[in-house]
Ligand binder design. Structure first.
Ligand SMILES: [Fe+2]
Length: 274
């Protein structure tokens, strides 16, 4: 069974679960019949652990807060890493504590294993933004991206995506919805984006299987998000023929997997700047 559609929840509504090793985690989405999952891990100050087990799933991560030394390299704000399965990597220690967004790959995913997948360590704040290419149908968002990983055998891309403030058409035009043959996954780091399911602010998360019609999206405030496209390294979009009204002001109406606790569906209000 594939990973279920969840669009979207706020990580702030999930409870921390303490692991036997002393770290805490929040599981955002997972394959009920596999090992692939997305979670937030909080390491307490003084935490340390040896390398990942040889059979442990590949680990892909973005540091959300704090600093952590992994394989001898200090990783700070928005450091990105990929630790292939069977690579012997992953030893970690943090003096001050750290919070990581983690994408755990499937145990049987050959495209995530050492020998096929490369280890990656990127201090993403030091990367230049790529503003060269984007779909003209998304020009209102004034997008830029940083590609962090292109998976082997077209297995999926991971990238940071940012859009400028005032990313809303000013001519009153409606916008087309979109669909892909691959999955999409997103965690909102900063800012906000309007969707028909509501306002995705910091901490908003979705996993969208292939073939789900979504959007349109606009952003009054601008945003910064980390996105993945499991199943394809290049995003191919089919646009709907019938444009939709802009979703500004849409009430929070998440799509949730069966059995999701009601507490996950609470709206998180934006924090005023005054
Ligand atoms: Fe999309």
């Amino acid at each position: 069974m594939a990973r279920p559609h969840i669009e979207f929840v706020y990580a702030q509504n999930l409870h921390w679960v303490i692991r036997p090793d002393g770290a805490e985690e929040k599981l955002l989405n997972w394959d009920p019949e596999g090992t692939e999952q997305t979670l937030i891990v909080r390491y307490p100050p003084g935490f340390s652990a040896g390398p990942n087990r040889v059979d442990a799933e590949a680990e892909e991560f973005l540091v959300l807060d704090g600093t952590i030394e992994i394989d001898g390299v200090m990783r700070g704000y928005h450091a990105y890493g990929f630790l292939p399965q069977g690579s012997g990597l992953g030893s970690r220690t943090t003096a001050t504590g750290a919070v990581l967004l983690v994408f755990r790959h499937g145990r049987d995913d050959r495209n995530a294993k050492a020998g096929t997948a490369d280890a990656i360590a990127i201090a993403t704040p030091e990367m230049p933004w790529d503003v060269s290419t984007y779909d003209p149908k998304l020009s209102h968002l004034r997008l830029a991206r940083k590609v962090l990983r292109l998976g082997p055998n077209d297995s999926g891309r991971t990238f940071l995506l940012t859009g400028m403030a005032h990313g809303v058409p000013t001519d009153g035009a409606k916008l087309a919805a979109e669909m892909h043959d691959h999955a999409e996954e997103m965690f909102m780091l900063q800012g906000a984006m309007w969707a028909p399911e509501g306002r995705m602010g910091p901490g908003a998360y979705f996993y969208r299987p292939p073939g789900i019609l979504h959007g349109p999206h606009v952003s009054e405030t601008g945003f910064l998000q980390i996105m993945r496209s499991p199943g394809a390294n290049a995003i191919v979009t089919k646009w709907s023929d019938t444009p939709s009204s802009l979703p500004i002001g849409a009430a929070y109406a998440p799509v949730l997997p069966e059995g999701t606790p009601a507490s996950w569906a609470r709206e998180v209000e934006p924090v005023p700047a005054w």
